[in-house]
Write a protein that binds this ligand. Sequence first.
Ligand code: ARG
Ligand code: ASP
Length: 729
Amino acid sequence: MKFSHYLLMLSIFTLTACKTTQTAIVEVKPKLDITQMQGGMWVPSELEGMNEMEMQYLGSKLSATDIYDTDNPSLKDAIVQFNGGCTAEIISDKGLILTNHHCGFGAIQSHSSVENDYLANGFWSKDLASELKNPGMVVTFIVSMDNVTDLVMANTDGLKGGELEKMMQKNRETIIKNRQLDPFQEVKVKAFSKGNIFYLIVSEDYKDIRLVGAPPSSIGKFGADTDNWMWPRHSGDFSLFRIYADKNNNPAEYSEDNVPYKPKHFLPISLDGVETGDFTLVFGFPGRTDEYLPAIAIDQIVNKLNPDKIAIREASLAIMDKYMRQDDEIKIQYASKFARIANYWKKWIGESQGLTKSNAVEKKRSLEKEFQQLVTEKGLTDYTDILSSFDALYNEYGEVAQVRDYWIEVVYRNVELLNLTFQLYQLEQTLARKGKADFLQHRDGLVTKLEGFYKNYNADVDKEIFAKLMYMYDAKYATTKISEESRVKQWQKRAHEVYTNSKLTNYDSLKSILTGDAEVVLKELNADPAYKIGKEFSNKFFTEINPKYYAVKEKLDVVQKKYIKALQEVFPSKKYFPDANSTLRITYGQVKGYAPKDGMQYLPVSNIDGIIEKYVPGDYEFDVSQKLQDLYASKEYGSYADNGKLPVNFIGTNHTTGGNSGSPVLDAYGNLIGLNFDRVWEGTMSDYNYDATICRNIMVDARYILFIIDKYAGATHLIDEMKLVHPKN
Ligand code: ARG
Ligand code: ASP
């Protein structure tokens, strides 16, 4: 990494120099191609050098140690992973944290009831005592991230295969054993760059996290699925929580005696807002990217894998939508499931379009051609077969990945009854693998858990989805040749039989099936028509599909790891960042609009006028509360307006992905200016192919958040806790 950083610096300066040497005028500031400079998710402990320089070139006033330091408080001390998936940041000296509404959604929902519907009306605690506890919720701080690649690879020269793995494993254990820890700290050695780099990561989990505030969904989810993954956007996608600690400021389980956590650092909030070209830094926990796949893999995603997944979800969503429009109860029951299925359905469509439009496959192909030539020229014989191995393996991989996707989408994600059979299949496995005591414990847990499932279950909706998706699966994979019409009818009939006769379609009969001794339970279960189908699926999945999938995947992983290493050797002046892997990263860029289509240009900032433009009275996506309309009419924006307009969202060139939701967006000085929550549709391909011309992340403007807390909710005590600043003055 460090080495390639150095080479990049050299190549940047030589390029500039070349252009200007003729006239001997050397510009002080190198002319850089901004599109070449952006993208990447960088490890915060390794910013010195290239990243620091790039950031400063883009306008940052921060040093690498302002961002990450283990000896002094730094920005990283204000960033936490929120409940395993999202990101959150500390915005007061009393442990107040900010994340997205969609990240806090489950917690907000769990405190809601018909009388106190916090999803519909919002929730604002009056004081510390009225904050709401969330059992099971955790936030994770990163204490340190050290590159231990050399230690992991010690004494491995000449080793191969199992021997190599064994030595690396032994080294990892030694590294962990040698790291001194506080009692509440955790440590792991995590692979980066598909196994080319290793970091030792020390972290601390805080477990007493309380809900402090959330806007109504009409603000937090404004635009819901229609606007999801889209610009222009007008969503107040934020919620507030607080970290509690024991009297020594250490992590502790929930207790009334716990006190608000005192952070090493918290983020001041800027009231100055943003304009085109401003530097932005996003600090968080991006989940997964695959930026270095070969062309053949991208081609497969666009032409083979995404189309099936999109079609399955489309079929399922159409059925849900039909029922949700007819029946208010179903609308409530399926709202959250619909949003979840629709989220990635829409993302995949945008991803495929973006990959196609940006010619990602062709670009990768031409890079590969050059790669192969240089490998030959440089005599790098170890790399000669990489691309041909990819070709062979991806052909095998495509087939099995497609079946596996079908299984995951049909059984696991879309047909609820089949998902249930999968959970029961696991219960059956518990008996086989662990014995009766574990079985009974697992069973009791399941009975409790499933009560919530049935509250939101409608067997008619599910039956229709079953009939449609099973038909699709069958049409794709069955060997019997019958007409399409008969196949449709066949599955409708089968669905009717299964859903009429299965005892798994309602909670009472499920409970009765699960009552009694293990043998009795299993006998009844195995006689159930839905379970029979589900079990056959699960058996096939675990004995056939998954082993085959992982056999190819393991081989691919070996080649991919080598390819990433080879790329850096063959093209040393390009920049490389390790793919996202749910670890702490920074990414940076600038506030910037984009051209989604020919003849069209998007501005980078939206404001409250757009909310009123989109307003559809009573609509579940675009309703606007009377209160917000009144504030709009009176223009009561306080100090949060920008030239009389209230900013709502903005976009920038930051390279983000799932998991970056709730990440803070910082200005050149490290003040909070926004809250990351989404990406634009044309750029969702950034997980495979970041392209600074169309990839944009979407953020809530910090001033809109403050406006909602202050003017909308009147929660001025929360504003008083924060530190508001004017860095541009
Ligand atoms: N697309 C964003 C992400 O992947 C936001 C999802 C939540 N919002 C929604 N309307 N479903 O998480
Ligand atoms: N909405 C995503 C999240 O929840 C962020 C993204 O995919 O851009 O993390």
